[in-house]
Design a protein around this ligand. Structure first.
Ligand SMILES: [Zn+2]
Length: 88
């Protein structure tokens, strides 16, 4: 069992936020001032989902947009074949 330590999670989140990295999924910058329910706000994404055996360590956590994170999750459930547009 993985121990879910909320204090550690909070610390990790604060640590990632401090560096203000770009979204690891789409590569675009994140506006860290957006309210947390905004689709383009900052969320902590587990690179390898906990459900797939990923760790809860900082090394498995990256900054992502809420929107990208939810798309990634949707993709894990139902793969999207079509590629929408190119990177600008
Ligand atoms: Zn993104």
């Amino acid at each position: 069992m993985i121990k879910r330590d909320s204090a550690t999670r909070h610390k990790h989140r604060a640590r990632i936020r401090k560096d203000q990295p770009a979204c690891h999924i789409c590569g675009k910058p994140i506006d860290y001032t957006l309210p947390h329910l905004d689709p383009w706000s900052f969320v902590v994404d587990h690179v390898i989902p906990l459900a797939k055996g990923g760790s809860d360590d900082l090394s498995n956590k990256k900054a992502a947009h809420r929107e990208c994170n939810s798309k990634k999750r949707a993709r894990l459930v139902a793969p999207i074949v079509r590629r929408s547009g190119s990177l600008t």
